[in-house]
Design a protein around this ligand. Structure first.
Ligand code: NAD
Ligand code: DAU
Length: 337
């Protein structure tokens, strides 16, 4: 493995992974393959573009021909698949796009790996495949999937397909199931960057339902380190949970953001709940820890670092909050009431 195709590499986690890999493995070639949907941004890769080991191809993972041509042109031997429609609320508004990219796109890539005999396919999956987990339970890798949104169902279906290619065709696959990431280049439709940027603009923080849902927020670079470890030391055909193993209520996360920014709690605004909102995700991460990984950031450290990045990088997020973003915001937060 030395020539990587990073699909969805212009998005949030993908771009952080590209920066991480270029810095850590100067001998690797990194080719980003990205459709540049509303969530994909070339500027996330600004510094990477200067590297002689980096290339960018604009393309859809559902486009079999361009996928194959790109693999051949750059002599790709491994794929890490970040490309997805990733926002649960958007998947509720438009489930068709989520299934098309997250499931059919994954299959197009698997077919390319099979036909062109690549060395590795790594699927970036999510803790949402397990569904809502009542306390005190934690999801382990062998647990059944009970996805409850179009987004998580499409990711779970893709994972089933990945595993079927391992069993049926002996494809060299690995999978990671990450909890919620936070950090630089996080598109401000997701809760942490949305709350942070709204607070900076003295706008309300829209809390769904009672705000007592729980998520395990991890720093994005910790997640990237875990993916790197599984790529190099993971067992073929296996999936690995990735998270801190510590959950926080949404309302407490929102209050902490306001406290870091020195903004009043009166900005917290309760709004109608997300349909089918999963109350809690919680991972058992012992399998990955046994491989030698542990996160470098606690939730508080990750949140503070993230909020400070948004304070220092207004020029990145301000232009995003216009045009299509405002149309989506109106549909999701004004018309849904
Ligand atoms: P993101 O929405 O920020 O980026 C997704 C990227 O995929 C964008 O650059 C977009 O242009 C690209 N893309 C979308 N459809 C495409 C297509 N058909 N062909 C090619 N490119 C396409 O997403 P993210 O938050 O960085 O998530 C990356 C991956 O990690 C996803 O697979 C997601 O399911 C998974 N994941 C995310 C989180 C999280 O907290 N964000 C947690 C666990 C797992
Ligand atoms: O768990 C991993 C998943 O984390 C990833 O697979 C997804 O791609 C990623 O989007 C994320 O999904 P969530 O739905 O957990 O993230 P989101 O930031 O959208 O929401 C986090 C929590 O905050 C969730 O309980 C819903 C709530 N929320 C979200 C928004 C956008 C609000 O209360 N208000 C909001 O406006």
């Amino acid at each position: 493995m030395k020539n990587f195709l990073i699909t969805g590499g212009a998005g949030f986690i993908g771009s952080n992974f590209v920066h991480y890999m270029l810095a850590k493995y100067p001998a690797y070639k990194i080719v980003v393959y990205d459709k540049l949907t509303y969530a994909g941004r070339r500027e996330n890769l600004e510094n990477a573009e200067d590297s002689p080991h980096f290339a960018f191809v604009q393309g859809d993972i559902c486009d079999e021909k361009t996928v194959a041509e790109t693999i051949q042109q750059y002599n790709i031997d491994s794929i890490v698949n970040f490309a997805a429609e990733t926002h649960v609320d958007r998947s509720i508004m438009n489930p068709v796009d989520a299934v098309q990219t997250n499931l059919n796109g994954a299959q197009t890539l698997l077919e390319a790996v099979r036909n062109l005999k690549l060395e590795r396919f790594h699927q970036i999956s999510t803790d949402e495949v397990y569904g809502a987990i009542p306390a005190p339970n934690r999801s382990r890798e062998g647990d059944p999937f009970e996805p409850r949104s179009p987004y998580s169902a499409s990711k779970a279906a893709a994972e089933h397909l990945v595993y079927s290619y391992f069993v049926t065709y002996n494809l060299p696959v690995t999978t990671t199931r990450g909890s919620n990431n936070i950090g630089p280049y996080h598109y401000p439709e997701k809760a942490v960057p949305l709350f942070t940027t709204n607070a900076m603009e003295n706008q309300p923080l829209p809390i769904y339902g009672d705000g007592m849902q729980m998520r395990d927020w991890q720093y994005v670079i910790d997640h990237c380190e875990a993916i790197d470890l599984v790529l190099h030391k993971g067992k073929l055909g296996e999936a690995y949970n990735v998270g801190t193993g510590v959950e926080t209520h949404n309302i407490d996360m929102a209050k902490k953001i306001l406290d870091i920014l020195g903004k009043p709690h009166s900005l917290l605004t309760y709004v109608p709940d997300r349909a089918g909102h999963d109350r809690r995700y919680a991972l058992d991460v012992s399998k990955l820890r046994a491989l030698g990984w542990k996160p470098s950031h606690t939730f508080d450290q990750a949140l503070e670092k993230t909020v400070k990045w948004f304070v220092a990088n207004e020029k990145w997020w301000r232009p995003i909050k216009s045009g299509e973003y405002l149309e989506y915001y109106k549909k999701q937060y004004v018309e849904r009431r």
